[in-house]
Design a protein around this ligand. Structure first.
Ligand SMILES: [Zn+2]
Ligand SMILES: [Zn+2]
Length: 266
């Protein structure tokens, strides 16, 4: 039986400018161009079912980390006709502060995450300030609370979450980072999340400086190409170019929500 395709929406909820190249690339030339970062959460929609991918950060993290919070991800969902409090499934690509905050906005959700990510975020690596820097303790504690409440679905490596929706553990940037392969009307799209912050990372084989294992990060780029129907089917996790390449979900959502199941104009 053919699989029904998902629609994929990327919601841009925050921004960070004024970067230098060394913040985007390991071994950067200090004079080279440094892209800004956009911050996204994603929505997969099929029939009456909507799955949220990542939950973003809130005002406290925006203040303490000096990021520009444009809108609350949960408060933006009504623009797509969705109510965060009714969402049944949330996939967390990893537990960094910008992907796994705001969990209380999703009171009915089951949270899908890799075994390795929860073990990493609560294990010995977090004794090192450099490794725990991208995590917020409050967000990690919220995940542990959901574990004890029976609201976390653990995945170990590659899994089918639903027909046409598969998760693959990449690691690299964080020990249990997972990417998603999603069936759409234009074929298999891969949401790379932080397996590739920018197009430049996977296209040029460059390394983002927040990294747990460089070899896994580079192997992850190969996996992106293997799983996507074409390079144009790979969606990086923080690249402002995503907002330029993909069409707005509706004219009134220009600059806020784009459709990733439409072909990009590159
Ligand atoms: Zn990350
Ligand atoms: Zn991130």
């Amino acid at each position: 039986m053919p699989i029904d395709p998902f629609e994929i929406y990327a919601i841009r909820y925050a921004h960070l400018g004024n970067r230098h190249a060394g913040e985007n690339f390991l071994l950067a030339d200090p004079h080279e161009y440094a892209s800004d970062l956009d911050y996204f959460v994603w929505v997969l929609r099929r029939g009456g079912t909507s799955i949220v991918v990542d939950t973003g950060f809130g005002e406290e993290a925006a203040r303490s980390r000096k990021r520009e919070l444009l809108r609350s991800p949960a408060a933006t969902l009504p623009l797509l006709g969705l109510d965060a409090s009714a969402i049944a499934d949330v996939i967390l690509t990893h537990l960094h502060y910008d992907h796994a905050g705001n969990l209380a906005d999703f009171p009915r959700a089951r949270f899908h995450i890799q075994d390795r990510e929860v073990a990493y975020a609560t294990g010995r690596g977090m004794c090192h300030p450099a490794l725990r820097a991208p995590f917020d303790l409050s967000g990690v504690l919220e995940i542990v609370r959901r574990v004890y409440a029976g609201r976390v679905e653990f995945h170990d490596g590659n899994t089918e979450i639903a027909p046409g929706l598969n998760a693959y553990r990449v690691g690299g940037h964080s020990a249990g980072l997972q990417i998603l392969r999603v069936w759409t009307r234009r074929g298999w799209v891969v949401l790379a999340s932080d397996a590739a912050h920018l197009y430049a990372h996977f296209e040029q084989g460059r390394v983002f400086p927040v990294v747990y294992n460089v070899e896994e990060m580079l192997e992850g780029y190969k996996l992106l190409y293997q799983l996507a129907d074409s390079p144009d089917h790979i969606v990086p996790g923080h690249d402002p170019l995503v907002m330029q390449y993909y069409p707005a979900a509706r004219p009134d959502l220009e600059g806020i929500v784009v459709r990733l199941d439409c072909a990009p104009k590159r």
